[in-house]
Structure formats: C-alpha cells, structure tokens
Design a protein around this ligand. Structure first.
Ligand code: HEM
Length: 435
C-alpha cells in the first residue's frame, strides 16, 4: 500500500489464517502499525494492546464476561433497551401513515446505548434522542479519523499531527472528549464506592473491574482504556449484522417464515432460537461486520501455502472473500441458506473449522463479546419480527461502504407494519400474501 506506508500479503486461505491466528500467534501481534494509528482514542486498551498488557485485560474481560452475574445483567440491559426504547420507537414509526426510517441508523443507536450500558453502566440515550449525542458523535469522529490514518501516507498525517491542523486537530479534540467522558465516569464510580462502601447494585464491566481492581490494582488509565476499547469493539458490529439480516430476510420469505416459527416456539427464550441463530450466522458469512483484518509479523516467516512474509509486513485476512469461496462453502456459496448451520433442528457449527469462518476472529484473540452479540442480535431481531413486517423500500441501492466495518453505504430505508394490522389488510386485499 503506497499511501498507507506498509506492505504485506492478503490471503483467504484458512490454513494461512490458522497459522497467523493460532499456530504462530506469538509472531503475529496487532503490532505498532495498528497501535500508532489508534493511540489517541484507545491508549493501551485491549483492542490496541499486545503482550502482557493484552493478556491482563483479556483475563479480566473473560472472567467478568463469562460470570453468571454479568450474563444476567447484560441480558437485562438488552431486554430493557429492546422493549423499553427500540420497540416503542418502531411502534411510533409504524403508526405514522407512510413513515419511512433508516433502519441501520436506528440499530446503530441501539447498539451504542447497549454497549455503553454494559461497559460503563451509563445511559447515553442515543435511541431516545432526536439529535446526535455529543459523546456518541465524538466517538464516531475519533474512530473515522483514526481509520483515515490507515490510508494516508504517514509523513502527511504525522506532519498534520505535529502542526495540529485539519483532521488531526479534530481527532485530538474528539479523542479528548471521549477520554474525558470515560474519566468522569471512572471518577464518579470511585466516588460512589467511597460513599456507599460497595458497588453491589452495579454489574457493568467498569464497576466489576473497580471491585476486582482492589486486589489487582487497576489504575484509572487501565479502567478508562479498557472501557473505550469495549465500546469500539461492540458498538457497530452487531448493528450492521442486523441491518444486513433484515435486508436478506426481506427478499427470502421462506426464511422469514421459518424464523417466525422458531421465535414463536421458543416463547421468548433466545437460547432456544436455533434457526434465528443460524440465519444470523449465515448473514455474517455473506456480510461479515469486520470484512478484513490484519496482524503484523515480528520475524520473517513462511505461510502454509508458501507465501513468504518479512518482519514488519502485514498479513491481511479477507473474511468477506473467505465467506464467499466456493472451495470452502460449495457451489451455492453465494446463496443465503441458514439450513447450512442446522443439523436436525438444532444450530450446529460442528465440523466447520473456526479458521474457515473468522467473522469473530479465532484462536486466542477470539471476540470476547461473541455471546453478548448473539444475545443482543437475537433479542432485537425476535422483538422486531414478531411485531412488525419489515418492508425494504424498493428502488434504493443497498451496497457496502468501503470501510473496516461493513456498513451499508446508503443506510436501509424501511417501512414497518404491525403484524395484526398487516393480517387484517391481507384479509381485505385478496392476493396479498400472509406470513
Ligand atoms: C456481530 C458482532 C461482532 C463481531 C462480528 C465481532 C468481531 C470481532 C473480531 C473480528 C475481533 C478481532 C479483532 C482483532 O483482533 O483485530 C473482535 C475482537 C473483540 N471483540 Fe468483537 N465482535 C462483535 C461484537 C462484539 C461485542 C458486542 C463486544 C463487546 C461486548 C465485542 C468485544 C470484543 C473485544 C473486547 C475484542 C478484542 C479481543 C482481544 O483482542 O482479545 N465484540 N470482535
């Protein structure tokens, strides 16, 4: 990449990916190229860290996120947001004659609120707000401007950073706003602990880490960076997956019927929604929220397919291409078929190498939020689909945006119709199909 100031190999071969992500893990950290570009926003947070700093945060994150306490708490935050804010908002849209909404935008607001509630115990209120929320806006700008560094020659953005001009000046301000918000939340939570003597009523990650930190000695910077990394990792990925899911469902009525049946049979227990789980998994095979990712080699190496890698070069693995490879998925690899993931009537990924489907990464740096993400996506999809028929407006161009997250470039304009209303209308209008 001439502009980006780096070189390397791009691959979609599962054996190469397994080599990088697991077999020779120590040789492929995120590396300085990544760290430098995200330094202002992420500091030493888990998403940006390698070595001991990464290991310490990974251990803390895994212990907390797999605890029964956090699982119950996060399911509660998801439920409250879905039923207390998302469904009422969509009901208002459905009630307005002819109203159209950008579903991707609504979902992005939902997941931002959700990840902030889980990470900080903070109510950012994006779903309820008519306008942009300053913290969310600062976070978005800081992310966009950090990513711009990946495609700008280093001497250009480094000179702008030194001179504090243009996008670099804006990045410094946006990252400062994010870090100040995070620091304020840490200060307030520590003050609450001093006042009450405990944080027993709080189950968010920050509060649990403050308690755990009494022994482990986590600094304010550790806590702040950890939470910011979590927001970056968890804010947009599940919303774009959901947006692509609704898009695919709208053109596959047979899949929609099976999803609805699955939702009804599960009676509100998302763990039992196997077909919905499969439909989301299949959506992300075709539209992975993180379409490509990379690691940087510490020492010279040779990949299993014979490609030579020099120290400092990057290995980019192309998740989007891997999901659409006939060699891995068969001649129907471009078709949306959730049945691929069903054995009997249960979801089954068994037999699939985790290095063939690297949507959540694989190996020691597997996504920590995978379970959270599925609960969140299934709860939201079930609540929406059982109440509304989602009609994607015809004539719009739905296509991916060139970005590190697979957003829809122009959003997804949809209309909602309440299911009961839709049933009445289809009884009155002969020929209109009923789901
Ligand atoms: C559909 C939704 C999601 C997808 C597809 C996804 C995908 C990924 C991928 C590809 C990575 C590896 C990134 C890298 O190493 O470069 C990752 C890491 C991570 N994800 Fe997710 N993610 C999702 C949702 C979430 C959520 C909701 C959270 C938080 C609750 C989360 C937390 C994390 C964290 C903390 C890491 C860093 C792990 C580490 O480096 O050890 N993710 N995710």
């Amino acid at each position: 990449m001439w502009g980006g100031g780096s070189s390397g190999v791009i691959t979609s071969v599962p054996a190469n990916v397994e080599h990088v992500l697991r077999a020779n893990f120590a040789n492929y950290p995120k590396g300085p190229y990544y760290r430098e570009r995200f330094a202002e926003l992420l500091g030493d947070g888990i998403f940006n860290a390698d070595g001991d700093a990464w290991r310490a945060q990974r251990r803390a994150a895994t212990a907390e996120m797999h605890s029964a306490r956090f699982l119950a708490f996060s399911a509660g935050t998801i439920d409250r947001l879905v039923h207390g804010r998302l469904v009422p908002l969509l009901t208002r849209v459905a009630e307005k004659e002819g109203a159209v909404v950008d579903l991707q935008d609504v979902l992005l607001r939902f997941t931002f609120d959700n990840i902030c509630a889980a990470a900080f115990g903070a109510d950012t209120g994006c779903l309820a707000a008519d306008d942009d929320v300053p913290f969310a806006r600062a976070f978005e700008r800081a992310t966009e401007l950090s990513l711009a560094r990946f495609v700008t020659p280093p001497f250009v953005w480094k000179a702008k950073r030194r001179l504090r001009v243009g996008g670099e000046r804006e990045l410094a301000a946006a990252a400062r706003a994010v870090r100040e918000f995070a620091q304020r939340t840490v200060d307030e939570r520590r003050a609450e602990l001093r006042k009450l003597g405990n944080l027993d009523d709080r189950c968010d990650l920050l509060s649990r880490l403050i308690i755990a930190g009494a022994e482990a000695g986590y600094s304010d910077a550790f806590l702040r960076d950890f939470c910011i990394s979590f927001i970056l990792a968890g804010r947009d990925t599940s919303s774009v997956a959901l947006a692509w899911f609704f898009h695919l469902i709208s053109s596959h009525p047979d899949v929609e019927s099976r999803v609805l049946r699955d939702i009804r049979l599960a009676r509100g227990d998302v763990a039992k929604m196997d077909y919905l789980h499969a439909a989301l998994t299949e959506t992300m095979r075709l539209y992975p929220p993180v379409p490509a990712d990379f690691k940087e080699a510490v020492a010279d190496d040779v990949l299993p397919d014979g490609s030579a890698i020099r120290a400092g070069q990057r290995v980019i693995y192309y998740t989007y291409g891997m999901g659409r490879d006939a060699a891995a998925w068969g001649h129907d690899c471009l078709e949306f078929k959730p049945e691929r993931w069903i054995k009997g009537d249960r979801f089954a990924a068994a037999g699939e190498s985790p290095f063939k489907y690297v949507v959540f990464n694989a190996g020691p740096r597997l996504c920590v939020g995978k379970r959270f993400a599925y609960t969140q996506m299934k709860t939201a999809a079930a609540a929406v689909l059982e109440r509304f028929k989602v009609e994607v407006l015809p004539g719009q161009e739905v296509k991916p945006k060139l970005n590190t997250t697979l957003y829809m470039k122009n959003g997804l304009m949809v209309r909602f119709t309440a299911r009961e209303q839709q049933q009445q209308e289809s009884q009155l209008t002969p020929g209109r199909s009923q789901v």
